[in-house]
Design a protein around this ligand. Structure first.
Ligand code: PRP
Ligand code: URA
Length: 209
């Protein structure tokens, strides 16, 4: 499908397997989420525009490319998306960071919004929305709706694990955004958890539960 990019790098596969293991502790889990975000960011940001600037090397002056034009905004979906932010900031330290607070109702699995703040002007930025888990797709769709309502145009969604149902729903709702996925898992269970998945990403990143 157009605009859907599934990672095939062995380092990402290895790190996702470590995330899945229920005996992986909070500190290792958090570090792995950031490392995977950095590796995926390298892939997702390969279309950042460049412009030539003049630099003087110890040998001579030359024209050489730097990141140009539209600046980057990272927008984690709270809580778990926060775990991916620093990995991308390592790649682009000048990026601005917005936040979208959503939680899933345990019964209906519908997302509920509790906080939203975006850097402005959002319409001039490349926006990377982060959330380790794309399950039913409800949270990702709400987050992208909110960003578009505030003028965001160039939007990428980055997740570590996705269920086929969530990918289809997000792509149908927002066919214009690029979706970067670490791994596509088998299915959702009756509680809308991804199988085999890695459990509750927010709880595992922050050591709650
Ligand atoms: C999790 C996850 C996503 C969402 C995915 O968050 O981090 O945001 O569920 O599910 P969906 O695709 O079915 O919407 P959760 O609501 O558990 O909140 P938390 O990050 O605060 O734990
Ligand atoms: N949210 C999670 O954290 N994990 C899942 O498997 C589904 C939604």
């Amino acid at each position: 499908m157009d605009n859907i990019f599934i990672m095939d790098h062995p380092l990402i596969k290895h790190k996702i397997s470590r995330l899945r293991d229920k005996s992986t502790g909070t500190n290792e889990f958090r570090n792995l989420v950031n490392e995977i975000a950095m590796l995926m960011g390298y892939e997702a940001l390969r279309d950042l525009p460049l412009m030539d600037v003049e630099v003087e090397t110890p040998i001579e002056k030359c024209m050489t490319p730097v990141i140009a034009g539209r600046k980057l905004a990272i927008v984690p979906i709270l809580r778990a998306g926060l775990g991916m932010t620093n990995g991308i900031l390592e790649l682009v330290p000048t990026a601005k960071v917005g936040h979208i607070g959503l939680y899933r109702d345990e019964e209906t699995h519908e997302p509920h919004e509790y906080y939203c703040k975006l850097p402005s002007p959002i319409n001039e930025r490349t926006i990377v929305v982060t959330d380790p888990m794309l399950a039913t797709g409800g949270s990702a769709i709400s987050a992208v709706n909110f960003i578009k309502q505030h003028g965001g145009v160039n939007i990428k969604f980055m997740c570590i694990i996705a269920a086929p149902e969530g990918i289809e729903k997000l792509h149908k709702a927002h066919p214009d955004i690029q979706i970067y996925i670490g791994n596509v898992d088998r299915e959702l269970n009756e509680n809308a958890y991804i199988c085999p998945g890695l459990g509750d990403a927010g709880d595992r990143i922050f050591g709650t539960k």
